[in-house]
Design a protein around this ligand. Structure first.
Ligand code: PPS
Length: 292
């Protein structure tokens, strides 16, 4: 689809494009169901990975055709999205007949619709270190018509540091969701890096949080299906069926690694970034791993 790139603008204090604001009122008034499971993250933190894991955990046994016939972005709709030829995320979700509904969002914690808190819904937040997040985001913005053109790497990195990205500041996003975890017990905060290092252990923790007990056989099956190489070639999860992305520029499932930032940051950029990072993150206990 040949669409013009959207403008980035300030919306209630965060940078967004119209694809994420056109349906704002319906998003904010969205009615949650008590058993909804929300998968929240800043962009490029592993939301797709987690969505696939949860879909398999909840529906892999019950309705195996679901995974082979319905693209993941329909099985786990994005709450705030509106995109040509697609139903808005809220409509897709209102039409979901299976339960629990699995709901993807990139909203900062203060903009998650109130109903999710009122209904005491389970929320999983996945976070990824800033350097790999910005590197992944750069390549994603090169290839998707939903976001503005990223421009050159150096100015992009500075824009990330200033928080002028679609969905706002990474620093505010990851740390305000982290703060929320201290007071909201149904929030499971996890890290892309832990998921990479020991997927099985992270799935066990997820199961404890969600009250699920898959058999050893099921778990083995899930582990093989959520591996990067497996997902990269699976059309139902790799976004190749979505017409708003140009895989000739970059694939959605790109590298799937911890530390790819080293192929992007110069020594000087890394020093500047670290200084700025220390200051931005000085008031949070949140710690990230940036290396294997
Ligand atoms: S989005 O567009 O914000 O929803 O993107 P998101 O799914 O959150 O993040 C995309 C990055 O996650 C990587 N990914 C994985 N890494 C390892 N293993 C598995 N199974 C996996 N699935 C997705 C994906 O490759 C993107 O990271 P990069 O660094 O660009 O490869």
């Amino acid at each position: 689809m040949d669409l013009p790139r959207p403008e980035l603008f300030d919306f209630h204090g965060i940078s967004l494009t119209h694809y994420f604001t056109d349906n704002w009122e319906n998003v904010q008034n969205f009615q949650a169901r008590p058993d909804d499971v929300v998968i929240a993250s800043y962009p490029k933190a592993g939301n797709t990975w987690l969505s696939h894991i949860l879909d398999l955990l909840f529906f892999g046994q019950m309705s195996p055709d679901r995974q082979t016939s319905i693209p993941l972005y329909f099985r786990v709709p994005d709450l705030e999205i509106t995109f040509p030829d697609f139903q808005p995320g809220t409509d897709m979700l209102n039409n979901v007949l299976t339960s629990p509904r699995l709901i993807k969002t990139h909203l900062p914690v203060k903009y998650l619709p109130k109903s999710f808190w009122d209904q005491n819904c389970r929320i999983i937040y996945v976070s990824r270190n800033a350097k790999d997040s910005v590197s992944s985001y750069f390549h994603f913005e090169r290839m998707t018509a939903m976001h503005p053109e990223p421009g050159d790497w150096s100015s992009y990195l500075h824009r990330f540091m200033e928080g002028k990205m679609v969905f706002g500041s990474w620093y505010d996003h990851v740390s305000s969701w982290w703060e929320k975890k201290q007071t909201y017990s149904k929030l499971h905060y996890m890290f892309y890096e832990d998921l990479t290092k020991d997927t099985g252990q992270e799935i066990d923790k997820l199961c404890t949080f969600l009250g699920l007990s898959p058999s050893a056989e099921e778990k083995k099956n899930i582990l093989s299906r959520v591996h990067f190489t497996e997902m990269k070639t699976n059309k139902m999860v790799n976004h190749s069926l979505f017409n708003g992305m140009d895989f000739k520029i970059s694939p959605f499932m790109r590298k799937g690694k911890i530390g790819d930032w080293k192929n992007h940051f110069t020594v000087a950029q890394n020093q500047e970034f670290d200084e700025h990072y220390k200051n931005k993150m000085k008031d949070t206990t949140l710690q990230f791993c940036t290396d294997v």
